[in-house]
Write a protein that binds this ligand. Structure first.
Ligand code: NCD
Length: 315
């Protein structure tokens, strides 16, 4: 594997190999000196054109824990503000001979383009509403830690599926790992044809009791061009996950950042059934495993010959 752009690239055995390696890295975070020399001398550039708390800090920590050199590039404060394009920026930063570029942008397909423009390995840390494969991997990791296996689990993904890259990557990852996935939200926030990704669709929470795992999504206001729900109050009235709607046996997840009182009520965020903190913690070891896979794993140095098959186009 040269790049990680889409969950489509990964088979179940690839996911298992990466997550088993992540598990073997978990012990490093418990040490007093949280560092191993695995990627010593390698250069990683974090190229972030969108806001990020968890993803950027965990990629940085992951790279540093593996002893790589890291440059953090944020578009604000850079020459992007002077009009420099993504391509020119990538070509400029390529002069520093990075071994790997982690990229987040608001544009669908941008990570794939960066992989064509640079000789570095590329990890997609979110391209618009398209994909966020390392989020899906850390979510599978978190579920395996709590429930051992995803085989036969019913997982509901609730909320703004339409604008969510997490939803797209997670539907694929959960299905590949043997779970049955249902997406739920108002018709305006469920993309037409989403079933092609291998999930069922519900428009109400009436059958939520079927779920073993409930995965809540944030309303992606920054990607909305019109009005998709009458008001956040009405959305919350129909779709908010709270103590009345969830049973204590159900596991609750959210990629963060949470809009308290919209998709989740405060009581469930703090409850023991919520794995939100575990998801954040998993981000470091899973991203360590991804960096290791791409830089120290097999096929390092093989030039890119073809692009991954594009995901089904959803309306
Ligand atoms: C997600 C993202 O950026 O897509 N956040 C994250 O990476 N943890 C989800 C979101 O912003 O709602």
């Amino acid at each position: 594997m040269r790049h990680l752009i889409s969950m489509e690239q990964l088979e179940r055995r690839d996911i298992e190999r990466i997550l088993d390696r992540a598990r073997s890295f978990a012990e490093v975070s418990e040490r007093e000196i949280k560092k191993v020399p695995a990627l010593r001398g390698r250069r990683v550039i974090n190229l972030f054109y969108e806001a990020s708390t968890r993803t950027r800090s965990s990629f940085e920590l992951a790279a540093k824990t593996l002893s790589a050199e890291v440059i953090n590039f944020a578009s604000s404060g850079s020459s992007v503000e002077k009009g420099e394009s993504l391509k020119d920026t990538v070509q400029t930063l390529s002069a520093y001979r990075p071994d790997l570029i982690v990229v987040r942008t608001p544009n669908v397909g941008a990570a794939d383009l960066v992989a064509r423009w640079s000789t570095a390995a590329v990890v997609n840390a979110g391209d618009g509403k398209h994909e966020h494969p390392t989020q899906a991997l850390l979510d599978v990791y978190t579920l395996r830690e709590r429930l051992r296996s995803l085989d036969g689990l019913s997982i509901w993904v609730v909320g703004d599926v339409m604008h969510s890259r997490v939803a797209r990557s997670n539907i694929m990852a959960f299905s590949k790992m043997g779970a049955r996935v249902t997406v739920c939200g108002p018709p305006t926030l469920i993309p037409r044809g989403v079933e092609a990704l291998g999930c069922a669709v519900e428009h109400t929470l009436d059958r939520l009791a079927d779920a073993d795992v409930v995965y809540a999504l944030r309303m992606q206001h920054e990607r909305m061009t019109g009005s998709f729900v009458p008001s956040l109050r009405e959305y919350a009235a129909c779709y908010q996950l709270n103590g009345q709607r969830l049973s204590p046996r159900q596991v609750l997840m959210h990629p963060g950042p949470v809009n308290r009182g919209v998709e989740l009520s405060a009581d469930v965020i703090e409850s023991p059934q919520a794995l939100i903190g575990q998801q954040v913690a998993a981000g470091v070891v899973v991203r360590m495993a991804v960096l290791y896979e791409l830089l120290a794993g097999r096929d390092v140095g093989t030039p890119r010959t073809s692009s991954p098959t594009p995901a089904p186009q959803l309306a």
